[in-house]
Design a protein around this ligand. Structure first.
Ligand SMILES: Cc1ncc(COP(=O)(O)O)c(C=O)c1O
Length: 412
């Protein structure tokens, strides 16, 4: 079987043309693409104001800074216990306290758990649509306005999907998009682009001024080269790159520098525009692959499922919940040797005194499976077959609570 890769990016001639036009025209940092991208997103999302920046993190930071300015006495931000660590990183770096609330079976913030965390110090609730699956954003909008707290619609992982007739990212007080690898719109690795969608008259002038004051876009060619290397050669170099990254972290200065907030470059904006043009074609492709996975997993019995799947629902990533008792790490290692690339779910954020129960359980069972342009029903069936075989071979020996003996746990 050929190398089965995770979603990373799907670029074609349009993206190549965008790169060549920016590079050969000497318009890498500045150019008309930035304005065109803001207009294109504004049209797609049907909102008047979109500010393009260099990452989802920058968009989140700028928006939260504006909220802090408006309500200086409040310092808590409710976040889902299962979330991309970049979100926690931004909240904490602003001196705010992330308060984790549990997630529901769809891996998204649970409205009931969130409601219990709202207090007099709550500044905002951040709701993310994990792996593209829409959260109950309308319920959160009502909850936030009733409680008098801000709502952030973090649509970093999904572009162009609806909830209740409105595009994700356009709810609440401001929205966030990201154009980093493995997202719906990819301009490069993290730092390639993102956007802040603002609907609030109080917030808009503040975020506009802050975006204006951001550092101008830096040179992007090195980042582009690294991205293209990973994109085209990952199947040959993935384990080498992984070991190199790990080794680098042990040397002083070896960690990659934290992403500096900045404006988006013309090159990345042109790439985002090319990606927006192919969004609906790529969406159809993904729905087809998701359908193949649903069929292949259903034939393996009830213990295997995609917690976020529902027929016709777009998902940016294929997340599968493994049956209990499987040694996930050994499985992933073995699958890698068999040319099947996988990824684990995010680490969960500890919930403090009210720790979240469902998030760590779900996260510990999640495995991301390959999805790429051109993946056939046969490829999907083969991936699932290997997954089942490997999972059966790596069932953990778990202690028997009654007598302390180890025994093999049955999960079928
Ligand atoms: C939900 C969520 N919000 C924000 C971000 C940050 O986006 P970026 O990597 O573009 O800074 C991410 C990144 O993966 C994310 O998943």
């Amino acid at each position: 079987m050929s190398y089965q890769r995770l979603p990373y990016a799907e670029w074609g001639w349009a993206e190549l043309r965008a790169v060549l036009a920016a590079v050969l025209g000497g318009r890498i940092r500045r150019g008309p693409g930035v304005r065109q991208l803001a207009d294109g997103l504004s049209k797609l999302l049907n909102v008047p104001h979109v500010l393009a920046v260099n990452s989802g993190r920058t968009a989140l930071r700028v928006g939260l800074e504006a909220l802090m300015q408006l309500r200086p006495g409040r310092n808590e931000v409710i976040v889902p216990a299962f979330i991309c660590p970049a979100v926690i990183e931004v909240v904490s770096s602003l001196g705010l306290l992330p308060v984790a609330a549990d997630v529901g079976p769809d891996l998204n913030l649970d409205p009931g758990a969130c409601g219990q965390r709202i207090g007099s110090r709550t500044l905002a609730i951040i709701v993310a649509h994990m792996y593209g699956c829409p959260a109950q954003i309308e319920a959160f909008e009502t909850m936030a306005s009733t409680a008098g707290v801000f709502l952030v619609d973090d649509a970093a992982q999904v572009v162009g999907e609806f909830a209740g007739g409105r595009m994700l990212g356009t709810f609440g007080d401001f929205g966030v998009l990201s154009f980093a690898q493995s997202k719906c719109v990819v301009t490069g690795e993290s730092g390639g682009g993102g956007a802040l969608i603002c609907h609030q008259n109080d917030i808009l002038p503040i975020v506009r001024a802050r975006v204006q004051a951001l550092a101008p876009a830096g040179g992007r060619l090195r980042a582009l080269a690294a991205f293209v290397w990973n994109y085209l050669l990952e199947s040959h170099t993935a384990s080498l790159s992984y070991r190199w990254q790990r080794l680098r972290q042990h040397f002083p200065g070896g960690r990659p520098p934290a992403l500096a907030p900045g404006r988006i470059s013309n090159l990345d904006a042109q790439l985002a525009l090319a990606q927006l043009n192919s969004l609906s074609r790529r969406r159809e492709q993904r729905l087809r692959i998701l359908g193949h996975y649903a069929d292949a997993l259903a034939s393996a019995g009830g213990s295997w499922h995609m917690p976020q799947f529902s027929p016709g629902r777009y998902l940016a990533r294929v997340m599968v919940s493994m049956p209990p008792g499987v040694d996930l790490e050994s499985c992933r290692r073995q699958l890698r040797q068999e040319s099947v690339c996988t990824r684990q779910g995010y680490p969960t954020h500890p919930g403090g005194p009210h720790s979240a129960k469902r998030a760590p359980e779900l996260a510990a069972s999640l495995i991301e499976l390959p999805a790429y342009a051109g993946m056939t029903a046969g490829d999907v069936a083969e991936v699932c077959q290997r997954l089942h075989r490997v999972a059966a071979a790596y069932r953990k020996r778990v202690p028997n609570r009654q007598d302390g003996d180890d025994h093999e746990q049955c999960y079928q």
